[in-house]
Design a protein around this ligand. Structure first.
Ligand SMILES: [Zn+2]
Length: 303
């Protein structure tokens, strides 16, 4: 991690470190990889019919593509002790050669805004960001909506009962699924008071964090009984805000199951039937990073 003095450890709520040099060289090619990922996830394009289907999918004629990432800007929500997003304009104007040229440097913590958690974030020896296989990052979306229960309880934790109730209605969570927890918290973005529970920053703000998460028992149940590829949530952490031991992180990441946090637009996905492509910045040795995540709703023409 040449750009950071050390990786931020939120379990111990250490103060953040600052960027020492620009990060521009890590620019991702999310769209191209997204396209190849979807092909690998759901299709084997051999016949003419399949090729036509893929063409319709990617042209938008037979699918709606939903942006599920928030923009990185000065309002993007970060952990109270983390390095927030900063953009430094290097150039924005007409050059001496007579052409327009824009370029920036940016600086941010790995874990802020809509972002990815690589398993090594809480599990020593498990996958770092660039090691997570693409097939863990694309797949059928399973959306569990607990927004009604969480509305009046910012410390709500999704428990085994919620998982079993969902399966009773929609069927077994399929192997390879990306489980997305819709707690309704997306409606609070980017107000830190309502989204995090506090607008303060620094270590003293950590005890004031209140937002829903996944109960450790549910994490253990998923590991023991199902074979999902990844977990996503619309809050800043898969463990609820009052967690001090981050047990759901530890349980899932020990099995190399990664997570997506601060996911947007979860209310636009049905309980089943959509697909997700979630491609993080490929930081070598990274514990996470900025994430561009999109939902694909087959059969719903783009507007
Ligand atoms: Zn994270």
């Amino acid at each position: 991690m040449s750009n950071f003095e050390h990786v931020f450890d939120r379990a111990h709520a250490r103060p953040s470190t600052r960027c020492r040099s620009p990060l521009g060289r890590y620019a991702s090619s999310a769209l191209l990889v997204a396209a190849s990922g979807l092909v690998c996830a759901g299709c084997q394009p051999r016949g003419a019919g399949q090729a036509e289907m893929l063409a319709d999918l990617f042209s938008g004629a037979a699918a709606e593509w939903i942006d599920m990432s928030y923009s990185y800007d000065e309002r993007a929500v970060f952990w109270p002790t983390a390095q927030p997003f900063e953009l430094e304009v290097v150039s924005a104007g007409i050059t001496e050669g007579g052409y327009y040229y824009a370029a920036n440097n940016f600086c941010l913590a790995e874990h802020g805004g809509t972002h990815f958690d690589a398993p090594i974030h809480f599990a020593e020896g498990k996958h770092t960001s660039e090691q997570v296989p693409i097939d863990r990052l694309v797949g059928p979306a399973v959306v569990l909506d607990v927004s009604a229960a969480a509305e009046g309880d910012p410390d709500y934790q999704v428990d085994v009962d919620d998982l079993e109730a969902w399966e009773a209605e929609h069927g077994r969570i399929p192997d390879g699924a990306i489980l997305l927890l819709n707690t309704g918290w997306g409606s609070r973005w980017p107000d830190p008071e309502r989204f995090l529970g506090t607008a303060r920053t620094g270590p003293e703000a950590i005890p004031e964090l209140h937002f829903p998460g996944l109960h450790r028992d549910a994490a253990q149940w998923l590991v023991d009984n199902r074979r999902m590829d990844a977990l996503g949530i619309d809050t800043p952490s898969i463990d609820y805000g009052q967690s001090t031991l981050f047990e759901s992180h530890r349980i899932l990441y020990a099995e190399n199951i990664p997570a997506f946090e601060n996911v947007a637009a979860l209310d636009r996905l049905p309980a089943t039937g959509a697909y997700v492509i979630a491609l993080p910045m490929k930081i070598a040795g990274g514990s996470g990073g900025p994430l561009r995540i999109v939902g694909v709703l087959p059969g719903s023409p783009m507007r």
